[in-house]
Write a protein that binds this ligand. Structure first.
Ligand code: MG
Length: 334
């Protein structure tokens, strides 16, 4: 198989802000794998938090492209060869997605059908980026008619996080979820979670720092379900999450692809954990891969392509709050 890759810059319709950073564009890597007259495509959305960039992802794909071998159906073997190399999960995800896309094209079927799953999961949340309470309420009100749940980014570090949720609750009855991106201490989390529960928030995502030793105590005492994101990357992390959380947030850019994400979802179920799938800023190509896993999840946060000023690789359809996989072959992004 012949592998090639390039960096693609995604422009956001609006600047976004979370507790760690703000930006108005994101660089991803598009990978193509040519084989037998067909071309499979996948996207890497590197997460800087874990030391990955579009440049490092591109370098990984170019340096290790020979590891995909000659059989696009030998996913287990290809994955084992890639897993022997440290890090660069987004690059591995792009290769995994491109192989799934290629399989679909070779067999003339959409990937969701190959996986034996329906073309959509629960409605996606829409992310309301961190801002002043009034600003978040304004943006939530503007988005609410198109969505069936909202995810609020918290972690302002200014004592106003509850006010942010209260302000948004004042403009919409939609289910709310919050993502703190590691910003709270145990005491802050315990203080906040009672009030968030009263405001009808469904769960709190990653309130504490990754690996925070207070996680088990928060899980025991929190009136709200806790989902972990930064604490849960691959299958190897899932069992330990049971001690500190009620659910996990899977992202393909962390797991290294669809195949590992599906393993994680099933492992989480066996442990009694809730399952969510999230995303980064991604084009339709990245979101299309996430959509294939969404039917296995309780919560879906696949809005990355909806944030873009222009999607360079559209595929999934956004219908009535749902991200639906395309009926086209492969991942359906051409
Ligand atoms: Mg998160």
């Amino acid at each position: 198989m012949e592998v090639s890759a390039e960096i693609v810059r995604l422009r956001l319709a609006e600047t976004f802000v979370i507790s760690r950073e703000s930006q108005d564009w994101a660089d991803v890597v598009h990978v193509t794998i040519a084989h037998d007259g067909h071309v499979g495509r996948g996207e890497a959305a590197p997460i800087e938090r874990y030391g990955e960039t579009a440049v490092s992802a591109l370098g990984f794909v170019e340096q290790h492209s020979h590891l995909v071998g000659d059989d696009p159906f030998a996913l287990e073997e290809i994955e084992a060869r890639l897993a022997a190399l440290e890090g660069e999960q987004a690059a591995k995800c792009a290769l995994d997605a491109a192989l799934h896309d290629l399989q679909g094209k070779l067999l003339g079927a959409p990937v969701w059908k190959l996986l034996g799953l329906p073309p959509f999961g629960p409605p996606t949340s829409w992310t309301v980026w961190l801002g002043d309470p009034d600003d978040m309420a304004r943006r939530a009100a503007a988005a609410a008619p198109r969505f069936r749940r909202l995810k609020l980014k918290l972690g302002g570090g200014d004592g106003l996080d509850i006010e942010r949720v209260r302000a948004v609750r004042g403009v919409t009855d939609l289910p709310l979820q919050v993502d703190v991106n590691e910003w709270w201490t145990l005491d802050e989390a315990l203080d906040a979670c009672g009030e968030l529960a009263r405001l009808g928030v469904e769960y709190v995502e990653q309130p504490l720092r990754e690996g925070d030793r207070d996680g088990a105590e928060l899980r025991r005492r929190s009136p709200l379900p806790v989902y972990v994101d930064e604490d849960c990357h691959t299958l190897a992390d899932v069992a330990a999450c049971r001690a500190v959380a009620h659910g996990i947030n899977i992202k393909l850019a962390k797991s290294g692809g669809i195949r590992e994400a599906i393993r994680m979802a099933h492992a989480a179920r066996a442990l009694g954990l809730g399952v969510m799938i999230g995303c980064m800023v991604e084009s339709g190509l990245g979101i299309a891969a996430g959509c294939t896993v969404a039917p296995l999840c309780d919560h879906v946060d696949l809005d990355g392509n909806l944030l873009l000023a222009k999607d360079p690789a559209p595929g999934p359809r956004f219908v009535d709050g749902l991200q639906c996989s395309s009926d086209e072959v492969g991942l359906g992004c051409g």
